[in-house]
Write a protein that binds this ligand. Structure first.
Ligand SMILES: [Zn+2]
Ligand SMILES: [Zn+2]
Length: 89
């Protein structure tokens, strides 16, 4: 597959993957939006972390809130549901 380049002037980009629990992004260089390993993860269907609405740290929560900012409530509910389905362990 051929990709168009800007006159051979390739600017090294860094990966756009926000690290979970961190406010910074993956520091690996990327040819595209994401570095090779994260691009691979995305292709495999891994959830891309989103910045927490409360503190900006990366979280994979559907509610876009990290644990400190209230994800716990939702998490506990999911855990409770799972546990209920599996029965006691
Ligand atoms: Zn990366
Ligand atoms: Zn947060």
């Amino acid at each position: 597959m051929k990709m168009s380049m800007n006159n051979g002037q390739r600017k090294e980009m860094s990966c756009n993957w926000l690290l979970v629990g961190k406010t910074h992004f993956c520091e690996k260089s990327a040819r595209d939006q994401y570095c090779a390993s994260h691009a691979f993860k995305i292709r495999k269907g891994v959830i891309i972390p989103q910045p927490c609405k409360g503190c900006g740290r990366g979280t994979k929560s559907r509610v876009q809130l990290c644990v400190q900012c209230g994800q716990g409530k939702e998490r506990a509910y999911i855990y409770y549901k799972k546990k209920n389905m599996r029965g006691n362990e």
